[in-house]
Design a protein around this ligand. Structure first.
Ligand SMILES: N[C@@H](CCC(=O)N[C@@H](CS)C(=O)NCC(=O)O)C(=O)O
Length: 215
């Protein structure tokens, strides 16, 4: 029996956690939820564990339910005692790490929450497309800010971190690979490097191409 159970879908946000579990060599059972927007039964099933019906949802070895990818990121670093992906309190990159981790989950990730299925938030049908376009444009502005902040060769500089894992996954999504390549070359290079990293390349291969750009 695997000590961790990860609810997810290939290419979705669960990949953030799946990559980190693989990085640390932690054994996990992956349970596919089904398409959370198209399949009501999939939503209802996951909602029994996570009332928001979002992925990643992770069951810890003691049965505790963990949600929120950033919280899981910090918890896994504590659990493993490793500073590989999360700079420790005395690390000079700690402040930048925390800033950009929270920037991603507080600013970038919600643009997908609101624009993936605008009908959940916009009752007037004719307003949904312009709403989605506005939210997607805001996301592009956020990625532009991250592009300016990226140091290279990894986001924080010489040191790889979980921010790079996020970039490897987020750049699989809207606005799509060609937009990222044209407008955010540094983020694109970081994403390519983490996806090719021998420690996690297999997990990225399982998740790459699975998520429709169109979501
Ligand atoms: N704040 C959450 C966001 C998770 C999230 O939005 N995941 C998406 C998949 S990429 C999801 O489950 N969407 C379904 C929904 O919003 O109903 C986190 O950081 O883990």
């Amino acid at each position: 029996m695997s000590p961790f159970i990860l609810y997810g879908e290939p290419g979705w946000g669960s990949a953030l956690t799946e990559v980190q579990l693989a990085w640390y060599g932690l054994d996990v059972e992956f349970r596919a939820t089904g398409h959370l927007f198209n399949d009501l039964a999939a939503r209802a099933g996951l909602a029994e564990i996570n009332p928001l019906a979002q992925i990643p949802t992770l069951l810890l070895p003691d049965g505790t339910v963990m949600t929120e990818s950033a919280a899981i990121t910090l918890w896994l670093a504590d659990h493993t005692g490793s500073a590989d992906l999360v700079p420790g309190p005395a690390d000079p990159e700690r402040a930048a790490f925390l800033r950009w981790l929270i920037f991603i989950v507080a600013n970038v990730y919600p643009t997908y929450t609101y624009a993936d299925d605008p009908s959940r938030f916009v009752t007037v049908e004719s307003a949904r497309t312009p709403f989605r376009e506005a939210v997607d444009a805001y996301a592009q502005r956020l990625y532009g800010i991250m592009e300016q902040a990226a140091v290279g060769p990894w986001f924080l500089g010489e040191r790889l971190s979980a921010i790079d894992v996020y970039l490897g996954v987020l750049t699989l999504w809207r606005p799509g690979a060609s937009w990222f390549a044209r407008h955010t070359p540094t983020l694109t290079a970081i994403a390519a490097a983490i996806r090719a990293h021998p420690r996690v390349a297999g997990v990225f291969a399982r998740n790459d191409g699975a998520e429709e750009d169109a979501l």
